[in-house]
Design a protein around this ligand. Structure first.
Ligand code: IPM
Ligand code: MN
Length: 370
């Protein structure tokens, strides 16, 4: 029997609760599809830091490299200064494990309310490929004359061609795999006739960030020549925000830098029903990947059994898909859709089900399905 060794980092706030539901679902899927999940829990996060003074050591990272995947809940603690856990845990893992893609699918499920007027599930269904190891996130910068009237703060957006290229290639490859048999629904008859199967949009700011996005733009066009079956498009990040609200159906895949990807995926999450729904994967195709819901630790709701675990459950599905258990992954997705139909809302306190009931329901639908 195939066995997967998973590192589990429940983290802070609501992290442990949503991970419990995700694991519940994973275990049921494993039993049904005859594979084994072995979990090792790590207590990294705010409490661990307050107790030990250490966030995550290099030895910890080495240990994590031995797993098939990492499943993380959320990090963030009200008593800890912003930046310490984010940089010391989340970003350290993404960087040290070279998880160079942050894969964030944006999908409106049936029966989920979107704040976008007259938009349906077929209008909101795209993937954001967020570059995950570079850009403004590298922490390169400095203060000059700190504390004086002449103070200057510098934060640099740094990208190597290598970083940009591997991210863009991954985006093209993913769209090819996804649409090789079923072309994207947004293509015109003419485009289909020409053999097109998908569309990738580069989201940047070539009109202002004339170094960084000049590189992105050139590399994007260069890589695109290897994928004649994919239509390419470009949008400035500010305009992208307009279209994500006004006409999200124009998007199939969006590839962008770390910072823009962070911002637009929160916006995107709202259009798909809120942070309770949005999954993500930090992918290193050649190494260990880490899967986490997009939402934060929401400490105000911790321990109340009211938070929506759907994002964490969808994240578990993504992880299985990535591990190659594609049938089990689509089982989770189908079961999740069924559960969502029985929920009043995706929002905290309005779900009509508790956190654990949502997990129970998804698990039951998996067991019941053929
Ligand atoms: C996210 C989060 C993180 C990010 C923070 C917590 C460092 O907002 O995963 O989107 O900015 O990447
Ligand atoms: Mn974010």
């Amino acid at each position: 029997m195939k066995k997967y060794n998973l590192a589990i980092i429940p983290g802070d706030g609501i992290g442990p609760e949503v991970i419990t539901e995700g694991l519940k679902v994973l275990n049921v899927a494993a039993e049904k599809h005859h594979f084994q999940i072995e979990t090792t829990h790590f207590d990294f996060g705010g409490e661990h830091y307050l107790k030990t003074g250490e966030v995550l050591s290099d030895t910890d990272v080495e240990e994590l490299k031995g797993f098939d995947a990492i499943y993380l809940g959320a990090v963030g603690h009200p008593d800890i200064k912003p930046g310490i856990l984010e940089k010391g845990l989340l970003l350290k893992l993404r960087f040290d494990l070279d998880q160079y893609i942050n894969l964030r699918p944006v999908k409106l499920y049936e029966n989920v309310e979107t704040p976008l007027k007259n938009k349906n599930p077929e209008d909101i269904d795209y993937i954001v490929f967020r570059e995950n190891t570079g850009g403004l996130y590298t922490g390169i910068g400095e203060f000059q004359n700190k504390g004086t009237d002449k103070e200057v703060a510098i934060q640099s957006m740094v990208y190597s061609k290598h970083q940009v290229e591997r991210c863009i290639k991954f985006a093209f490859e993913t769209l090819v795999k996804r649409h090789v048999n079923t072309p994207w629904r947004g293509l015109t008859a003419d485009e289909l006739n020409k053999g097109k199967i998908a569309k990738l949009t580069l989201c940047g700011k070539t009109n202002v960030l004339t170094y960084a996005f000049d590189l992105w733009d050139r590399v994007f066009n260069e890589v695109a020549t290897c994928y004649p079956q994919i239509i390419t498009d470009y949008v400035h990040v500010d305009a992208a925000c307009i279209y994500m609200i006004e006409s999200p159906q124009r998007y199939n895949g969006i590839v962008t830098c770390n910072m823009f990807g962070d911002i637009i995926t929160d916006l995107a999450a709202v259009t798909q029903g809120g942070m309770g729904v949005a999954p993500s994967g930090n992918i290193n195709p050649e190494g260990v990947s880490m899967f986490e819901p997009v939402h934060g630790s929401a400490p105000q709701f911790a321990g109340k059994n009211v938070i929506n675990p759907i994002a964490a459950i969808a994240t578990a599905g993504m992880m299985l898909n990535y591990l190659g258990e594609t049938t089990a992954a689509s089982d989770i997705e189908n079961a999740m859709r069924e559960t969502i139909k029985t929920m009043d809302s995706m929002l905290v306190g309005q779900m009509g089900l508790t956190t654990s009931q949502v997990g129970d329901s998804v698990a039951a639908f998996i067991t019941q399905s053929k």
